[in-house]
Design a protein around this ligand. Structure first.
Ligand code: PLP
Length: 378
């Protein structure tokens, strides 16, 4: 059996998304910037996709900018949000994805900002009181806090934080890459400055995402070139990707309740099975359903002598999971997230992340392998 439990790294394309993209690939090859019929036809397709995304997020199409993915959207929101608004202080947490952390660190190193890192607890929750104190002492700050952590799944109350940022006239960006299409984002209600999405996290294609920019928040163009994306991001649009992204988001929204219930059920089942079969199993991050992204489960195993071998052993058993962010694999420093929440470095941790295509039978198979691995080493 081959099991794919690494859906926080990327997801399989939904066949309906493939179908929508192939149709455009075959028949709609015009350049959306061309003014002739072939171009106009494709321009209409891109704008229809933008309208779909905006409609689902309850915002205006003029606030949606297509990008090459979550990383570009995060980089743009942070760098342009800070540099174009005369911001000299930023607040984030040590748990952010590197698309956020490294961008802010580069700005700090260049001397553009002073960067404050919020304290986090063992469950991966940021210190909101400290945030308020910092905001009160530094008005017009840039705040970047992710909605759900991609490694441990802990959710942050971005509604509360957006209200706090409004109160202190600060700019708020949230990396929503892991929650986009998994929860309803009502951007009119949220009153946030920037959110980001990446299609490959919700059964869409890789290499395409979007940045929402609140119309009251002003930034300069982020890629100079042609007039694409209303002069903000030059370069011929990734038309197939954009169509796939909109289709994937549309499908996710129409099936969201069923998927949430089903995937949360899988996660609950995996937690129960682990507790039953693996003595002294622990979990990294908050696993209560109301405070935890339902697609992610980060497990800390007792078999300490398996530290370097756990993922490899799972892999050769046909199970794809991960030790943390896929973007950081290949670096020899362990997970910055697990380190920041004080997880025991002696115990191997594995992130299992689920999607609508996974089954209980797959969980049973994985539990069987884990049992063998841990007991063999006990
Ligand atoms: N932010 C988070 C929380 C992520 O999990 C990821 C992808 O792993 C990204 C940003 C980057 O997105 P992309 O792969 O589209 O560049």
């Amino acid at each position: 059996m081959q099991v794919y439990f690494d859906n926080a790294a990327t997801t399989a394309l939904d066949p309906r998304v493939v179908e929508a993209m192939v149709e455009i690939m075959e028949f709609n090859y015009g350049n959306p910037s061309s003014i002739h019929a072939h171009g106009r036809q494709v321009k209409t397709i891109v704008e229809r996709a933008r309208k779909t995304v905006a409609g689902l997020l309850n915002t205006s199409p003029s606030e949606i900018f297509f990008t090459s993915g979550g990383t570009e959207a995060d980089n743009t929101a942070i760098a342009r949000g800070i540099l174009d608004n005369g911001i000299s202080h930023a607040i984030t947490s040590p748990l952010e994805h590197h698309a956020v952390l490294h961008t802010l660190e580069a700005l700090e190193q260049s001397g553009a900002i002073k960067l404050s890192l919020l304290d986090v607890d063992r469950l991966g929750r940021v210190d909101v009181q400290q945030l308020e104190q910092l905001l009160a002492n530094n008005p017009r700050t840039f705040v970047s806090l992710m909605h759900a952590n991609n490694e441990i799944g802990t959710l942050t109350d971005i509604e509360y934080i957006s209200a706090l940022c409004k109160q202190y006239r600060s700019i708020f960006h949230s990396d929503t890459v892991q929650t986009m299409a998994h929860y309803v984002h009502d951007l009119t209600k949220l009153q946030i400055d920037f959110v980001t999405g990446s299609a490959h996290k919700f059964h869409g294609p890789k290499g395409v995402g979007f940045l929402y920019i609140n119309h009251q928040t002003k930034i300069k163009p982020f890629i100079y070139g042609g007039a694409q994306e209303r002069n903000m991001r030059g370069g011929t649009e990734n038309v197939y990707g954009i169509v796939g992204l909109a289709k994937a988001l549309e499908i996710a929204y129409s099936e969201m309740d069923d998927h949430q219930r089903y995937i949360q059920g899988l996660k609950d089942y995996m937690i129960a099975q682990l507790r039953e079969h693996i003595p002294d199993v622990r979990f990294n991050g908050d696993i209560t359903p109301e405070n935890s992204l339902y697609t992610v489960l980060n497990v800390s195993f007792p078999c300490t002598d398996m530290s370097d071998m756990m993922l490899f052993s799972l892999d050769i058993s046909g199970i794809s999971a991960s030790g943390g962010s896929a973007c950081s694999s290949g670096s020899d420093i362990g997970s910055h997230v697990l380190q920041a929440i004080g997880a025991d470095p002696g115990r191997p941790s594995v992130r299992f992340s689920f999607c609508k295509n996974n089954t209980r039978e797959e969980i049973d198979f994985v539990i069987g392998k884990l049992k063998a691995l841990c007991l063999e080493k006990a």
